[in-house]
Design a protein around this ligand. Structure first.
Ligand code: URP
Ligand code: ZN
Ligand code: ZN
Length: 455
């Protein structure tokens, strides 16, 4: 494999951002230094004026999600491709807890589905659902950990499909086992009893706009409070996925005051889109769960980013085509989820440039270093340390462009951020020393992405 020397870039990780050169050899970072001279045969990339950062990580994706009688349109090759255009070299996707299968079988099933199809690296969060919960959970988790998966995903809603673990003692047992084994429990937080009560008494219509009223911010706050109290009793950290509201963030703050370690993730859509998108003929395109909130929630979450109350931004990329989305205008049956991996960096960089208190290191931390650390793949991923995987994103902050359905790469053929004027563009994406995207051209190869063990 040819050596690559990246010259003159602003080399940025969570700690520093300074001009330096980076040398890549055999897929690994060989050296980082003020000035590195090329040897004959080296491929030299001039990154003057550009940020050179560890390959980005989207810690929350649903590529090829089979659900509700359909499948998301970005499968593994499509997801890898659009990710490369967004500078993302690793995703953390999900293994469902399949009916009739234990956790090990469920993980093996998902790994088999993905085998040979990803062109970027990946690891998995393992779902633990109510329908499959039993007293063998402790030994299942031990085996899961031995297979390289240390993060678990639970739902606090979706009782009707069996996802919810309803019994408090079971949850306590799960958190205690997670603590014993050093595993991280990630929770989708919407308090099911509140959602069911609202739904049972609902007199309104089921338009996309009603989705936001049927699943209110208070349900998020209540779920965080409730599940947090169980985590607190077990003295086990909690990771809150896709926090969507000020109410949710306040509940996280309260738990932290009580001494619980709470890691918080939010997404670009909860930061930059509000529920007025649900009005109008294409409201279905903006339906996801939890729903979009008010502008005041955008502001509260943005402040949370600036105050470093969030450790991770990830996208919950769960893309359906326009036809799939618009096939229903009833919020109970609209396929929930939107694309986002590709837009993550440019949206956040635009926000950063408008908020001088936020540094490029802060940004890189949120979408590379910290997810790598929390999910056990650091420093292999999320760092520029010598000897680690040469996953590198080269980002040109000088480009100004407008997101449109035509200039993003999701098979959904739309972007929820259509019309957003963004700052910066990914110039080059490198995965383990191989250029997989350069100047708008994609070179990724399905099958070359590797499963990364969590440790
Ligand atoms: O609507 C969404 N977010 N779909 C993906 C599944 C989930 O709950 O994260
Ligand atoms: Zn979720
Ligand atoms: Zn999700």
């Amino acid at each position: 494999m040819k050596r690559i020397l990246i010259k003159n870039g602003i080399v940025t990780d969570d700690r520093t951002s300074a001009k330096a050169d980076v040398l890549i050899e055999d897929g690994l970072i060989k050296a980082v230094g003020d000035v590195i001279e090329p040897s004959s045969g080296d491929e030299v990339i001039d990154a003057a004026g550009m940020y050179v950062m560890p390959g980005l990580i989207d810690a929350h994706t649903h590529y090829h999600l089979v659900s509700r009688g359909t499948v998301t349109c970005d499968s593994f090759p499509e997801g890898s491709r659009l990710a490369a255009f967004g500078g993302v070299t690793t995703v953390i996707d999900f293994a469902d807890h399949n009916k009739g299968q234990d956790l090990l079988q469920s993980l093996a099933y998902r790994q088999e589905e993905m085998a040979g199809k990803m062109a970027i690296d990946y690891t998995l969060h393992q779902g633990v659902y109510g329908h499959g919960y039993d007293s063998t959970i402790g030994s299942q988790l031990e085996k899961l950990k031995a297979k390289g998966v240390k993060t678990l995903k639970i739902f606090t809603t979706y009782r009707n499909v069996g996802y919810l673990i309803e019994n408090r003692d079971d949850l306590l047992d799960l958190f205690r086992n997670a603590r014993r084994l050093g595993m991280l429990v990630c929770a989708h937080c919407e308090f099911n009893p509140m959602i069911e009560e609202i739904s049972d008494n609902w007199k309104g219509d089921f338009s996309p706009a009603s989705h936001a009223l049927l699943r209110p911010a208070e349900a998020e706050g209540k779920a965080i409070e409730h599940f947090g109290s169980i985590a607190l009793e077990a003295d086990c950290p909690l990771y809150v996925v896709h926090c969507s509201s000020e109410c949710g963030l306040n509940a996280i703050r309260e738990l932290r005051k009580k001494g619980l370690v709470v890691y918080a993730e939010t997404t670009p859509h909860y930061l930059f889109l509000d529920r007025s998108r649900l009005d109008g003929p294409d409201g279905s395109l903006y339906v996801m769960t939890p729903p979009l909130r008010e502008k005041k929630d955008n502001v509260a979450l943005q402040e949370g980013i600036l105050e470093k109350e969030f450790q991770v931004v990830a996208t919950d990329h769960c893309a359906f085509t326009r036809d799939q989305k618009l096939s229903s205008s009833d919020c109970r049956t609209i396929y929930p989820g939107i694309p986002g991996t590709e837009e993550m960096l440019v949206l956040l960089n635009t926000f950063r440039e408008n908020h001088p208190g936020m540094t490029m290191s802060d940004l890189v931390n949120l979408i590379s270093c910290e997810p790598a650390k929390l999910f056990g793949i650091y420093p292999t991923k999320g760092s520029l340390e010598v000897g680690t995987d040469a996953d590198i994103t080269i980002f040109d902050p000088s480009v100004r462009w407008t997101l449109s359905d035509d200039n993003v790469h999701s098979a959904s053929h739309y972007t929820p951020y259509r019309g957003f004027e963004v700052h910066g563009k990914v110039r080059t994406t490198i995965l383990r020393g191989k250029v997989i995207m350069n100047d708008g051209k994609y070179f990724g190869v399905p099958g070359e992405g590797r499963f990364i063990d969590q440790h």
